[in-house]
Design a protein around this ligand. Structure first.
Ligand code: PLP
Length: 372
């Protein structure tokens, strides 16, 4: 007889996103991926081949190579020390390591509704209780302050923000951030801020939570800004180095260390020349964004979408059942993600990504236009 899976696994289901992918036709155009589908910059690929040929790729320190952690500290203008950094296998592992390190059974962790799915799953796997604060769909998904304040309880341990947001590609305003920081500071609540899209804004780069609140951990990585999803580099960083210690232990028992070769590329990525490669990626994304805005204004002028502060998502109002629509579109040949997948307040919206080849994007939009 087969053994049953551990009970904690029953608290997490296969995501709606996975279900949509599985329902899609083999050749469906994928506007659903949370991935910028361009090439990794040449500079970084070359560096990878040099490292592969000339170095022995071994284990590194669990927290990551000292030189890379110094670079990350430098990225935050030395607001933090290298000991305040743990390099992880992508931001996904950073998220799970943070919750593993800090969530006790019954601890409440506040999450935006809507937000990225991985937080809720990881909190539940650690037997914490996700509590959702409202982003108001009728006010361009701005923070519902009253709701936020009302959801704080004596069990609240952590507030999570995703800034810029997946799925909204929107940033919290400084005023909203200060509002949350003030409440958290008064109640001694930690803020974990996922800033993986921070380099990819249309508006000026936003401050990291590390600049606003000491009792915080920032999560980021190379997957999005450098088109390096497959290289698996992320990190957690805090001004309070002590906060990073249990995260290093959680990370150690999950993956020992992030890949040597990828950390080496990371050092180049965060150098001045490496940071400059983000501008090329942003320029391409800007072209795609201009294309999509033009497409909407000429061919789908009746359709409303949330004006983004960042790339690569467009959150589109659909005035119909978003889950049914996504299933129907997947069958027709284009994958989009229903807004409900990200929380109740995403109902009646869909998320698309425009970070792919423009010809494919145009074909995908043509399918979309037939259903909206
Ligand atoms: C908000 C957010 N955080 C984290 C991740 C995971 O990134 P990584 O590839 O670095 O694990 C994603 C990926 O889609 C994301 O959208």
């Amino acid at each position: 007889m087969l053994l049953r899976q551990a009970e904690r696994m029953n608290s997490v289901q296969k995501s709606i996103i996975r279900q949509i992918f599985e329902a899609a036709q083999g050749k469906a155009i994928n506007l659903g991926l949370g991935e910028i589908q361009f090439e990794t910059p040449e500079l970084l690929k070359k560096r990878a081949s040099e490292v592969a040929l000339n170095e022995n790729c071994r284990y590194t320190e669990n927290a990551g190579m000292k030189e890379f952690r110094e670079q990350i500290a430098n990225y935050y203008h030395n607001e933090i020390k290298p000991d305040g950094v743990c390099v992880t296998c992508g931001a996904a592992e950073a998220i799970h390591s943070c919750f593993t390190a800090y969530v006790n059974p019954g601890d409440e962790v506040m999450l935006a509704d809507p937000t990225f799915l991985a937080y809720e799953a990881s909190i539940k796997l650690n037997k914490g209780v996700p509590v959702f604060y409202r982003l108001d769909p009728d006010k361009e998904f701005s923070l519902d302050k009253e709701d936020f304040a009302a959801k704080i309880s004596s069990s609240t341990k952590i507030v999570v923000i995703c800034n810029p947001s997946n799925p909204l590609s929107k940033c919290f305003t400084l005023e909203e951030l200060k509002y949350m920081v003030d409440i958290c500071s008064e109640k001694n609540i930690m803020i974990i801020s996922d800033e993986i899209y921070r380099e990819l804004t249309f508006i000026p780069r936003q401050p990291s939570i590390l600049e606003l609140y000491d009792n915080s951990i920032a999560i980021s990585g190379l997957s999005k800004a450098y088109c390096m999803t497959g290289w698996r580099i992320g990190w957690t960083a805090s001004k309070i180095s002590q906060y990073i210690k249990p995260i290093v232990v959680a990370h150690q028992y999950q993956s020992t260390c992030a890949p040597y070769i990828s950390q080496k590329i990371g050092i180049t990525a965060l150098s001045e020349a490496g940071m400059a490669t983000i501008d090329e990626i942003k320029a391409q994304l800007q072209k795609n964004y201009d294309f999509i805005v033009n497409y909407f204004s000429t061919k789908m002028a009746h359709v409303k979408y949330l004006k983004p502060d960042a790339v690569p998502y467009l959150f589109i109002k659909v005035d119909q059942d978003d889950t049914k629509l996504a299933a129907e579109l997947a069958y027709k040949g284009v994958i989009v993600i229903p807004g409900s997948a990200f929380g109740a307040n995403g109902k009646g919206w869909i998320r698309i990504s425009y970070a792919l080849d423009i010809d494919l994007l145009e074909k995908g939009l043509a399918f979309l236009a037939t259903s909206l």
